[in-house]
Write a protein that binds this ligand. Structure first.
Ligand code: 9UX
Length: 68
């Protein structure tokens, strides 16, 4: 059973940012797949990941995230 988590991401300004965010989210335990969009800044994450771990990973990559 896998959840879909939607994140609003702020601070991404180019497609390379999108790749940084995608890699950061993919590295979190429990994540199965990640889609990130630049405009609007958002991510859909499937799997069974801890929400605060996802937000922390995005912060570590240099952006900000909130679960929406
Ligand atoms: Mo683009 Mo994003 O050159 O942190 S990678 S601005």
């Amino acid at each position: 059973m896998s959840d879909m988590i939607h994140l609003k991401i702020t601070g991404m300004t180019c497609n390379h940012c999108v790749m940084h965010t995608k890699k950061a989210l993919e590295s979190v335990s429990g994540v199965e797949s990640v889609e990130v969009t630049l405009e609007p800044g958002a991510a859909n994450v499937s799997g069974n990941a801890d929400h605060s771990a996802l937000i922390a990973a995005v912060k570590d990559a240099g952006y900000e995230a909130e679960v929406v």
